[in-house]
Write a protein that binds this ligand. Structure first.
Ligand SMILES: [Fe+2]
Length: 202
């Protein structure tokens, strides 16, 4: 069965002023759509057509580069839209807040580590908060459209937060100022959605 692009779970201008409407529309309607279309082309007629997106990513070393790039691209963007939202920002609460404190010492330290992971990723890629196999939280980054689910990732785990640091995620509004985008995007993170993923991943 072919993969499909779901509509954004909020209006394309809902993340203004942190992430602008034009960026959201081009990012979702064109870039994400292209990952979905190219993933479907890459798996057409292969066994991967019967697998979930998660299973394809987990066994990505078995597949050609087109599946890695576009299967990663589809998974990563799907996750990205789901952990952003209007009237968001702030800090996590509940069990996730406790886990952040015990792992990183404070929310500010987690934020700093995520921003550093994104800012120092050369070229295109992602910054991640993951739950590792031992249940511990970790910050990592991946190049291109790789992600921590992939069996080729340096740090593997279940991603519960991903921040897209490809230029297409910020260039219209922030131009070359990736750190400014990495500050602004925190005002659009829906920590309740991240906390839900944390519960599911544990
Ligand atoms: Fe992107």
């Amino acid at each position: 069965m072919a993969f499909e692009l779901e509509a954004l779970p909020y209006a394309s201008d809902a993340l203004e002023p942190h992430i602008d409407k034009d960026t959201m529309e081009i990012h979702h309607d064109r870039h994400h759509q292209a990952y979905v279309d190219n993933l479907n082309k890459a798996i057409a007629g292969t066994d991967a057509e019967n697998l979930s997106l998660e299973d394809i990513n987990k066994h990505i070393s078995k597949y050609p580069a087109a599946v890695r790039n576009n299967g990663g691209g589809h998974f990563n963007h799907k996750l990205f839209w789901s952990i952003l939202g209007p009237n968001a920002g702030g800090e996590p609460t509940g069990e996730l807040a406790e886990a952040v404190k015990s792992t990183f010492g404070s929310f500010d330290e987690l934020k700093t580590q995520l921003q550093n992971a994104g800012a120092t990723r050369f070229g295109s890629g992602w910054a991640w908060l993951v739950v590792k196999a031992d249940g511990q939280l970790a910050v990592t980054s991946t190049p291109n459209q790789d992600n921590p689910l992939m069996d080729v990732a340096e740090v593997q785990g279940t991603p519960i937060l991903g921040i897209d640091v490809w230029e297409h995620a910020y260039y219209l509004k922030y131009q070359n100022k990736r750190p400014a985008y990495l500050e602004a995007v925190f005002n659009a993170i829906n920590w309740d959605a991240v906390a839900q993923r944390f519960q599911e991943a544990k």
